[in-house]
Design a protein around this ligand. Structure first.
Ligand SMILES: Cc1cc2nc3c(=O)[nH]c(=O)nc-3n(C[C@H](O)[C@H](O)[C@H](O)COP(=O)(O)OP(=O)(O)OC[C@H]3O[C@@H](n4cnc5c(N)ncnc54)[C@H](O)[C@@H]3O)c2cc1C
Length: 369
């Protein structure tokens, strides 16, 4: 039922408007609000705050179906809010913080962003330089964050900063809730990206930004572990998004090669083409089963860092392989800006980089075998 609801929503409200959002470089608030009203922004959150109390598989279904929209920027905007940023609040927030923010997050009135990456520290989270120093009942933040999705349009930012510079990187990080408009916090312009163009991505600057103590999220100096815990969720939905995109691209390509003719026959009649597509369909199916399996392990409370890292590594690469072939079999048309496949090729590229690059994911697998 959930899949059906999301698919219909995507087809009627997202696909017809997606091109306009690509040009504007953002998803309108009205859409996020609409998704909130449909209950799509709080699938895993407690019912008392407006959520649906479902498990990890619900997030996977949401990500797959959003991925099928063919607009990666739209998908990223939504999934960062639902599955990458706001989970920090429910995982580590105290009752006061959760009650203050979560109902508006689920309703789509308050959009969230997660700010970990910096100009000089991405994969190496512990290497971050943004620092926070306690001053009475406030903490003073200085530094900058880079490539932050929803950076321009978010209302609420979960910002990681070093709070113990003497401690080893992973031991001295804390997460702060920073509201837009806090003095000393500025948002740079939206960055100009190769793909995900309807998602806004920005650099954030903190210049003696005073954050009240009550906005500390979770325990002081334990933020690194909270980030690592939440990465599991983030990486699983990014894998599922990649699978939705790959599946949809293959369907579009099947339609194309079944009607396009060359050398007196449909492209589909060429064994080389149909075998390659059949191979990719098998790989996508394999990725999907791994992804569902990891989601199931997660919902049983089983440690599945290895499986989730496999999902992220495998699906991030797979969607690029699939899109390469889909573009190839679309011929010159697949290279034109007006073709859906061309946009999907550009959108896919970041899937093996963002949220844990393939090599970093493979290191996580290697550590566990
Ligand atoms: C469109 C977009 C949106 C993003 N949104 C957010 C967001 O909302 N919040 C946020 O905090 N961050 C965000 N990011 C940042 C993203 O997660 C990082 O770009 C990613 O983690 C890689 O970090 P980096 O860019 O610093 O690359 P680096 O860490 O400098 O790595 C560069 C490359 O080196 C390789 N590499 C790195 N480490 C290893 C290793 N140990 N072994 C072998 N090879 C390695 C990988 O191929 C990697 O791609 C976003 C990025 C993009 C592009």
């Amino acid at each position: 039922m959930l899949r059906d609801l999301i698919r219909k929503y995507v087809e009627s409200e997202v696909v017809p408007q997606g091109e306009a959002w690509e040009i504007e470089g953002m998803i309108p608030r009205s859409i996020l609000k609409q998704m909130g009203e449909l209950g799509l922004l709080g699938l895993r959150y407690p019912e008392k705050y407006g959520g649906s109390n479902l498990d990890m598989l619900a997030s996977v279904v949401l990500a797959e179906e959003m991925g099928r929209s063919t607009f990666g920027g739209f998908t990223a905007t939504v999934l960062v809010h639902t599955d990458m940023a706001s989970p920090h609040l429910i995982n580590a927030g105290n009752k006061y913080q959760v009650e203050k923010y979560l109902p508006s997050i689920i309703a789509g009135d308050l959009i969230t962003a997660i700010a970990v990456t910096e100009p000089d520290a991405g994969s190496d989270v512990a290497g971050m330089k943004t620092r926070a120093i306690q001053d009475g009942d406030h903490w003073v933040l200085n530094g900058s964050k880079m490539f932050i999705t929803n950076g321009v349009h978010a209302d609420l930012y979960f910002v990681a900063a070093k709070t113990d510079r003497a401690a080893r990187g992973s031991r001295g990080i804390t997460i702060f809730i920073v509201e837009k408009g806090t003095p000393g916090f500025t948002v740079g312009r939206a960055l100009d990206k190769m793909g995900w163009r309807s998602s806004d991505t920005a650099e954030l600057a903190f210049d003696n930004c005073r954050v009240p103590e009550e906005n500390i999220l979770g325990e002081v100096n334990r933020g690194f572990y909270a980030i690592m815990q939440n990465f599991q969720n983030e990486r699983l939905v990014l894998g599922a998004q990649a699978l939705g995109e790959a599946q949809k691209a293959l369907e579009l390509t099947l339609d194309y090669v079944k009607q396009r003719e060359a050398f007196g026959a449909r492209l589909w009649a060429k064994q080389a083409i149909r075998q390659r597509l059949a191979q990719r369909l098998a790989e996508v199916e394999a990725g999907r089963q791994l992804c569902y399996h990891a989601a199931w392990l997660d919902s049983q409370g089983v440690d599945c860092v290895k499986e989730v890292s496999m999902v992220k590594a495998y699906c991030g690469e797979l969607v690029n392989r699939v899109l390469y072939d889909c573009q190839q079999f679309h011929g010159g048309f697949g290279y034109m800006r007006e073709s859906t496949i061309e946009r999907m090729v550009r959108d896919a590229r970041v899937q093996s980089i963002g949220g844990g690059a393939t090599e970093v994911m493979l290191e996580e697998v290697a550590k566990r075998v």
